[in-house]
Write a protein that binds this ligand. Structure first.
Ligand code: COI
Length: 356
């Protein structure tokens, strides 16, 4: 087998750009896509020469495995532009590693890191006008892999498509979110796929989340599937609790997504000499802390959500409101992270990756 050159990409440029029709001051998350997309097919046991083409609909056989068995994984990343027009990614090696971890769990072949990064950087350079400078602006990047083989037998496909599409984005949540602590439904179980960014993990949350929304809560904080006594993650975000001045978050396990923002916040907490614990967090202790006034903050962390404060939670019919605090940790982490991402602060850990 001849080795493929990761720098080789067949590029067909869009004849005209859609960018003039986009109101960048009024974006709804994930509705508008940039001019180009990256596509690489896995056929005959190997990834073929990647392509960048104009963003467009595509034809996939109705029997493709992805439609029947959900053999699909994805990632979430962002590109940022500083005031000098330099483009940055944030810890992209983490996303490349994680999509392959997710793929391995779903029996999807790994996508080589150099194909991923070179493909993404080439795409970003073509669509660089879509990345607006300024804190809070970003181009959300959605890499994903789908099983394309036309056959409805319940087994891994022989053919796949790896793609990257991009969408200009501001905040995922515009307001603090109200959440329910899960008491009946579960997001994931031991030995399952909760740690993976498997498409089905998200679909499985839609119904319980729609029930929560009818009660006035935007999100669910998922609890462990066997006892529902321990708080795990929010589905679109990992979750942190501040009790007094101590920061607490659940440890990674096979039910929880290994969030890049989560691990960055933990590193920042360490850098700032904060008191923090990575351990199981019980529903009861958080309810007790809310009752005795020591629960200062709950916030979610994620690429899309960045840092998203929680303003109330419900459990067992009781609703606990969380009043905003002056010295908010959520705000401190959000500002610190965004300044690093936008090249406005020192990057002590080498998280920024310049797209050259
Ligand atoms: C992300 O934060 O990038 C995600 O993939 C979460 C998604 C629900 C928007």
């Amino acid at each position: 087998m001849t080795e493929m050159n990761p720098n080789e990409i067949d590029i067909v440029k869009a004849e005209t750009s859609k960018i003039k029709s986009v109101d960048f001051s009024n974006l709804t998350f994930g509705r508008v896509f940039s001019d180009h997309m990256f596509v690489c097919d896995f056929e005959d046991g190997k990834w073929q020469t990647p392509k960048i083409t104009p963003y467009q609909a595509m034809t996939i056989d109705p029997s493709a495995r992805v439609f029947h068995y959900g053999q699909a994984v994805f990632e979430g990343m962002k590109a940022y532009k500083d005031d000098d027009g330099k483009i940055f990614l944030f810890r992209p090696d983490q996303n490349s590693a994680r999509i392959n971890k997710s793929s391995a769990r779903l029996a999807i072949p790994e996508f080589p890191k150099d194909y991923f990064l070179n493909g993404l950087e080439t795409l970003l350079k073509l669509d660089s006008d879509w990345i607006k400078p300024g804190l809070g602006n970003s181009l959300y990047i959605r890499p994903f892999v789908i099983a394309t083989e036309p056959a409805i037998s319940a087994s891994p496909a022989d053919t796949y498509r790896f793609m990257i599409i991009c969408s200009p984005a501001k905040a995922y949540y515009n307001e603090p979110v109200r959440v329910l602590f899960a008491e009946k439904f579960s997001r994931s179980a031991d030995g399952g796929v909760g740690f993976a960014k498997a498409a089905g993990n998200y679909a499985a949350q839609f119904y319980p989340t729609s029930l929560a929304q009818k009660k006035g809560f935007q999100q669910i904080i998922w609890t462990d599937a066997s006892t529902h006594q321990y708080l795990e993650e929010a589905g679109t975000m990992n979750i942190f609790f501040r009790v007094g001045n101590k920061l607490i978050t659940a440890p990674n396990n096979d039910r929880i997504l290994d969030g890049v923002t989560r691990k960055s916040v933990l590193q920042l907490a360490k850098d700032m000499n904060m008191d923090y614990e990575v351990r199981r967090v019980s529903v009861e202790e958080i309810k007790e802390a809310a009752k005795d006034g020591s629960l200062k903050e709950i916030f979610g962390t994620g690429t899309a959500a960045v840092i998203s404060p929680v303003s109330a939670f419900e459990h067992g019919g009781d609703v606990f409101e969380i009043s905003p605090v002056e010295d908010s940790f959520a705000k401190l982490f959000k500002d610190t992270l965004m300044h690093i991402q936008h090249n406005l602060a020192e990057d002590a850990h080498g998280w920024r990756h310049e797209v050259i």
